[in-house]
Structures are given as structure tokens and as C-alpha cells.
Design a protein around this ligand. Sequence first.
Ligand code: AVJ
Length: 348
Amino acid sequence: MCEGHLINKKQKLEIQNYEKIAVTPRFCYFEPKTGSKITIAEEISYSLSQKKKFIHPKFFYDTTGSNLFDRICSLSEYYLTRTEIEILSSIKPDLSRFLVGEYALVELGSGSSIKTRKLIEILTSKQDDVEYYPIDISNILKDSSINLHDEYHNLRITGIIDQYETGLEFILQLDHKEKLVVFLGSSLGNFDPKNGIEFLKKIRSSMRNGDLFLLGVDLVKDVTILENAYNDAKGVTANFNINLLSRINRELCANFDEDKFEHVAIFNKRQNRIEMYLKSKVKHQVFVSAINLLLKFKKGELIHTEYSYKYTIPKIKKMAQKTGFKPLKIWTDKKNYFALVLFLVDSL
Ligand code: AVJ
């Protein structure tokens, strides 16, 4: 698409906030211009000044964090990725039946795009050309797109390196025929149910009647299995969590001592969510130079870093009803660990 589709005035307005980098004739990406970026400085200075300190999970994904996340995905304890890939592989013919006509593929949180291959394979086998729009906050989008670009010669990639919300607004501007929007890996779990519904509505409003939406959700299961997935034996998840502090050290000139914090991940049964924290082992202070912020930690004090909500099928159906999506098909694995749900955009 890169050259063609972007035409009307509203589009130009949106795109003014982005810088377009054309890498090859089949791959370009958009990045917010520096001025329009919400900076890590602003957000962190707010979230660490609260009585209950927190760090938004989107900050996990700098280059180090994105690489650590890739390692998490192949851990034996982290059943999510391999189960989702297993489902995706097994449903190819079945999913293919729903894709009548030409579809553009839009992926929220594409990351390293491993799972995307399964979908691209379906589409490239049916269409001469496939437009792919990965949206991801991580710079890793560039590398993973280049790999896909080299592998599939009839694939045209337009990446958007931004937060989901702004990325979706961008997608709305495209006047492509039909879209298959995918949000995999249980990333919806980062939203609490109320915000999750709001976010689904936002996705819904970036789509048109007849478009399809494929959602990957992690299901409620035995607590030990859940907690092990976030407390792996090699400590990769702990490093992923602690990297938030290293990132703040690097980018905001702070002096967090990583050894003074401990990774905590527990399943909250009442709320059906994994809760991740960084726990201060001792009473101490940290200074964040770039934002001139002195932080005081009590012994045992927690910084909240992530929620990862787990769902049940009825709950997903209810959420869909509230957002104008109609479930067409639900696929799960044999153990019922994970679900892929295909929705049709329904008139509200
Ligand atoms: C990318 C949000 C789906 O919640 O399982 C993995 C992130 N955090 N291990 C998840 C994560 C710790 C992951 N999501």
C-alpha cells in the first residue's frame, strides 16, 4: 500500500504526526514524530509519584524487553504462545473458509510476528497480493517485518510503530476493502474488563461491516499452571520485569539498584488475573535525574507492573455482545488452555 491508499484530508492530518520511512517498495513504516510522542518521562513521573506506584506494561517493550519477551514465549512454563500456535496451525482450513474475497491483515501487537506467519500463509495462498499492517509499540517491528518481507514476495507491509490506540486511528484512515484484524497472544488480558470492553469498542470502530476480528485469549485454569507461567525456573520473566527499572535507569538517568527488587507474580482468584509487581526488598531511595524525582521505598513496597486477565468462554461472549462483535467460531486446544475467537463486525 505505502504509496496508494492514503488520500483524503483527514488522513493527511493524522499522518502529519507521523514520519514515514520507506524501506523497500514493499515495506514502509510510520513512526510518531518526536514532538507528538507521549514521553516515557511524563508517564513515569506520574505513575511513580502515586501512592500506589505503578509502571504501565507497554514500557516492557524496549529492545531488551522485546527480546526477553521472545524468550518468555518459548519457555516450557509459558504455555500460551505454543498453544496458540498449535491452535492456529490446526484451524488453517477452517479459518480459511471464513475468508471469502480479499482481506488486508491488521495485527495489533505484532511483536516478532511468528504467529502472523500462519495467517499470512492462509492469505497468500488465496490472494495475489496481501497487505499487512502490523501495529506495535516496539522497534522490533522493523526487523520482524523485514524477515516477513523477504519470505513472502507478494506481501506488502505498512508498519505503525505506536500505541494500539493511535495505531488504530491510523488504520481507520485506510480505505481497504475487507480487513482481518487480529489481536493475539492474550494481550487483551492487560486491560481490566471495563477497559477491555472500551478497547474492543475502539477496535470495532476502526472496522466496517463484514470485517473479521480474530482474538486470542488465555483461559482460566489451575492456579499452579498459571503462576508457573509467570514465575519460570530460569527467571526470564523476572528479568523481563526488572528490565523496567534498568530501562528507567538508561532512559531517565535513574539509579535503581536492580538487586534491591524482587519479581512477584501471583494469581488473584477473585479477579481472575495474574498480578505482577516489583517488590522492594529493603527501605531505600532512588533518584530519577531526568525528571528530578526522588522516590522513597519502604521495605516490601510494591510497584505494580502488569495485570494479565484470564477469561472464560461465556465471559468473552458477553464482552463481545457489548461491543458489536458477533462470535462466528471459537477454537480451543485439547486441554482448554487457550482460545481463538473469530468475530464478525455486527451492526450495533
Ligand atoms: C503479552 C500481555 C500477553 O500477559 O502473558 C508475559 C506479557 N508478562 N510474561 C502476558 C507477559 C509476563 C503477556 N502479554
